[in-house]
Design a protein around this ligand. Structure first.
Ligand code: SF4
Length: 308
């Protein structure tokens, strides 16, 4: 362990120190030089566009999100525009981003924004959290990225950076603890703009430099003070690979059904469709019922045919 580098047990938050402030400032300076020029980071981007980007970016990489986000914002530049469309339109436009429940929730969110907030995205954390599909993380991200406010934006990238640099932990635990949140909160600069920049910068550092599988410490603004780097990056080889089982899973079958229905101009007999003939009937039923339960598709009980 590097001498003088504080280690913080997960349940024992410490107040921010001048060393912390210097480290936060270093990450912010790095971000101004190395941060990606993403469209939703543009100052002119509306809070609605930021909210849409945050929902799309959950569990989906930037490269897949960007074209869909651009098309979505072109078509539905305001919550009112999306609320005037149908849920099926939203699910269809979601394309192959995956986890289509997010499209349904985003449409519901647009409807709620129109009915409760006059079609505007609120800047208040609690009001944001009360919206469909908006959890703690997304609410904080909107406060920070859309309104340049002070909020605890703690996604897996930020957790990994803070865990490694401050506590020499290779990877974040499965669940956040009160202590971990309090420690992360103690690092947020007092000034709103600086706080928003730190949120974006720490997230970007985790996405580009201090990733789950690779730590590019020679490019990192925290290298000289990082607790985990000083300890020799123990445990990196054991970091999980990002290859998630996909082929043959229920999720894959759900994706195939959604793709068929997106492309269809009229209701389909999904269970008997030739394109799904290779799927085991029990699994096909399970996937179909799951999509119906989630409200992503509908089935005409008289004909058994399904549509978005
Ligand atoms: S020095 Fe290495 S391990 Fe530490 S935060 Fe930077 S990239 Fe991550």
């Amino acid at each position: 362990m590097m001498e003088g580098v504080p280690t913080v047990p997960r349940n024992a938050p410490l107040p921010a120190t001048s060393t912390d402030e210097a480290r936060v400032a270093a990450v912010r300076a790095w971000f101004r030089e190395a941060g990606r020029d993403l469209p939703w980071r543009d100052d002119a981007t509306s809070p609605w566009a930021v909210l849409v980007s945050e929902v799309m970016l959950q569990q989906t990489p930037v490269v897949r999100v960007e074209p869909v986000w651009r098309a979505w914002m072109e078509r539905w530049p305001t919550p009112a525009a999306l609320a005037a469309a149908t849920q099926a339109d939203a699910v269809r436009a979601w394309g192959r981003l995956g986890y289509p429940r997010r499209a349904k929730r985003l449409w519901e969110c647009a409807v709620a924004l129109v009915s409760l907030h006059g079609g505007r995205v609120p800047s208040d954390l609690d009001e944001l959290r009360a919206l469909p599909g908006v959890g703690d993380y997304t609410a904080a991200a909107v406060v920070s990225f859309a309104f340049r406010g002070r909020a605890l934006v703690l996604d897996t990238n930020v957790r990994r950076v803070i865990g490694r640099a401050w506590r020499a932990e290779p990877l974040p635990a499965a669940h956040q603890t009160v202590g971990e949140r309090a420690h992360a909160a103690s690092l947020i600069p007092g000034d709103d703009a600086a706080a928003a920049e730190w949120a974006a910068a720490s997230m970007e550092l985790g996405a580009l430099v201090c990733t789950a599988r690779v730590a590019r410490c020679d490019e990192c603004p925290l290298a000289s003070s990082c607790a985990w780097f000083a300890a020799g990056c123990p445990g990196l080889a054991a970091a999980p690979r990002r290859t998630q089982p996909w082929h043959g899973t229920d999720r894959q079958v759900r994706g195939r059904i959604m793709a068929l229905l997106r492309a269809a101009s009229s209701p389909l007999n999904v269970a008997g469709h030739a394109a799904l003939a290779d799927v085991e009937p029990g699994q096909l039923d399970r996937a179909l019922e799951g999509l119906l339960d989630d409200g992503l598709i509908t089935r005409d009980e008289a004909t058994g045919r399904c549509s978005l």
